[in-house]
Structures are given as C-alpha cells and as structure tokens.
Design a protein around this ligand. Structure first.
Ligand SMILES: Cc1cc2nc3c(=O)[nH]c(=O)nc-3n(C[C@H](O)[C@H](O)[C@H](O)COP(=O)(O)OP(=O)(O)OC[C@H]3O[C@@H](n4cnc5c(N)ncnc54)[C@H](O)[C@@H]3O)c2cc1C
Length: 271
C-alpha cells in the first residue's frame, strides 16, 4: 500500500493536527476497510488520537465531458471545477468558486450554499463497488447515506455560466470570518440557526487558547494561530451544553471530529 505524509496543521482548513501517514486509494488498492476517508479536510477536525486515514490518489483528479454528462473525479478540488465551468461556459457550478473541498467530500456532505446544493444536478456516483443513481441515495441538508468511497460523480450538463451568481455567492461569504476554520461548526437545527443560539447563550466570541467562536459569525470555530484540538473540543462541548440547558436543543456537529474518543454513538459530543 502507498502512503503520503501529511502535516494536518498545514493541510486542514482549521490548521490543527499532527503529521500522519495517509494511505492512498488507487485502483490496485481498493480495500478501504478500517480507514477513515478524507478529502481536503475543509470540514474536518483531526484529533490527538485519529483513526487510520485514507485519501483518493491523484488519479481521481479529473474532469471530462462524455455522453452529455460532466464526469468529475472524487479527488478534484472545487476551485478546479469552478474554473473548468467558467472556461467552458457550463452552468450550475458557480457556487463551487466559494465552497472549498474535493468532489468526494462535497458529494458526501451534500455541500452547498443556501438552495444551491451539489445534489441539485447530480445524476449518479461511482463508488468502489458500483454505480449508484441519485434515486438510490438518501440525502438532505448536509447529509447523505453514502457509505463507500466516491470515486466519481456525474452531473447533468447545461450551458450558461452566470457571473452574477458568482457575485451573489461572494456576497453571501462577506459576513463570514477569513480566519482559519472548518466552515460551520454545527448544523442548523430545524427552523433555527446555530449561530443565533450560540449568540443567545452568550458564547459568540468565547475563546479558549487560540480557538474562538468567531465574533464575526458565531457558528464559525476559528483558529487564531496556535489553537489545539483540546481547546476546540472544550468550546464545542461548552456550546452544546449551554444551548441544551437553555433551549433543549442539542446542536449536532457539522464538522467531522476525527478522534477515536469522539467518534461513534458513545461520543461525548452526542447526546
Ligand atoms: C471557510 C469555509 C466555508 C465553508 N462553507 C461551507 C458552506 O457554505 N456550505 C457547505 O456545505 N460547506 C461549507 N464548508 C465545509 C466544506 O467546504 C464542505 O463540507 C466540503 O464538502 C468538504 O470537502 P472536503 O474534501 O474538504 O471533505 P473532508 O473535510 O476531507 O471530509 C468531509 C466528509 O466527507 C467524507 N469524504 C471525503 N472524501 C470522500 C470520498 N471521496 N468519498 C466518500 N466520502 C468522502 C469524509 O469521510 C468526511 O466524512 C466550508 C468550509 C470552510 C473551511
């Protein structure tokens, strides 16, 4: 098996984690059992005791048009897709110019901005075992039931790249911090906003070491430089407990916590 050394304090968007050996998934090595799959770690917090990690090899970084569909490899970065669509006048992917991640992670999370979600124009995915049509996948807000590595995603192809949408997505980002983070820390509970609840319990701007629930947008857990996993977990738990005590709402993490002590149904982060 091939491995790649990755320094997660540089690689992950929240800039936390040590240097770890990550197994590479390529065609000759398709067994992923026992590994946790990562993309570009824009939605991931690496812990002090991470599970064994795996990522798709460069082989899955491609974009092609075939049979009137757009086929995108699971390791293709969102920025590359956005540039390809701009260059080729392709519609519906403008939001990817402001949404970091690789195609596998974007599909697994059903990532999006407001009503613009990656599943909107998805046709099917190719996983390590089969091709799955969209109708065979359960998906919703930042959720899918996909339980295998996504090697490729195929989308409807329509033309008409819309620069006004790019401007609109840029504006949507303007109330969010530019300090390193992993995006929204908690999922919005039905009919409410995690940011509003964090602010309501007085934890907007709450800091532990270099980690902070941002003063700019309360649902962004930001790293001012030397933030640690322990500081991040302390703040996440503080918010969950305070919001639960005051509103009887348990905020579910949108960020994936990759630490064996905080994964699974017994995790202290799950009520
Ligand atoms: C500043 C900032 C702003 C953000 N704003 C938004 C936003 O507006 N909307 C939004 O939806 N998200 C947002 N995010 C989160 C992030 O962009 C998305 O969740 C994105 O989909 C993460 O992709 P990734 O490749 O980094 O995945 P990772 O963080 O590496 O992984 C996320 C999950 O995807 C799974 N996964 C990764 N690759 C694969 C694969 N090939 N096959 C199967 N599963 C896989 C992992 O197992 C993990 O469970 C933001 C993040 C940042 C840093």
């Amino acid at each position: 098996m091939q491995f790649k050394k990755i320094n997660f304090s540089k690689y992950s968007s929240i800039k936390i984690g040590s240097t770890l050996e990550v197994a590479l998934l390529n065609e000759t090595n398709i067994s992923f059992q026992g590994y946790f799959l990562i993309g570009s770690c824009n939605n991931t917090l690496i812990g002090n005791n991470p599970p064994k990690l795996m990522m798709l090899s460069k082989k899955y970084d491609y974009i092609k048009i075939e049979n009137n569909l757009l086929h995108i490899g699971g390791a293709t970065p969102s920025g590359k897709v956005a540039s390809f669509c701009k260059k080729n006048n392709i519609a519906n992917f403008e939001f990817l110019s402001h949404l970091p991640g690789k195609m596998g992670g974007l599909v697994f999370m059903n990532a999006g901005l407001k009503e613009y979600e990656i599943f909107n124009t998805l046709v099917n995915i190719r996983t390590t075992s089969s091709i799955k049509q969209k109708s065979e996948i359960n998906f919703g807000y930042r959720f899918t039931d996909i339980n295998e590595p996504i090697l490729e995603a195929s989308f409807e192809l329509s033309y008409g790249y819309d620069t006004t949408k790019v401007e609109m997505f840029k504006k949507m980002r303007s109330n969010q911090p530019s300090t390193p983070s992993a995006g929204s820390c908690f999922k919005n509970p039905l009919g409410d906003y995690a940011g509003r609840l964090i602010e309501a319990v007085g934890l907007k701007g709450k800091r532990a070491g270099d980690m902070e629930f941002s003063n700019v947008h309360a649902n962004f857990l930001v790293n001012h430089g030397n933030g640690t996993f322990d500081d991040a977990i302390f703040l996440i738990q503080e918010v969950q407990i305070r919001v639960y005590k005051e509103f009887a709402i348990w905020l579910e993490c949108e960020i994936e916590i990759l630490d064996i002590n905080y994964m699974g149904k017994d995790s202290p982060l799950k009520k």
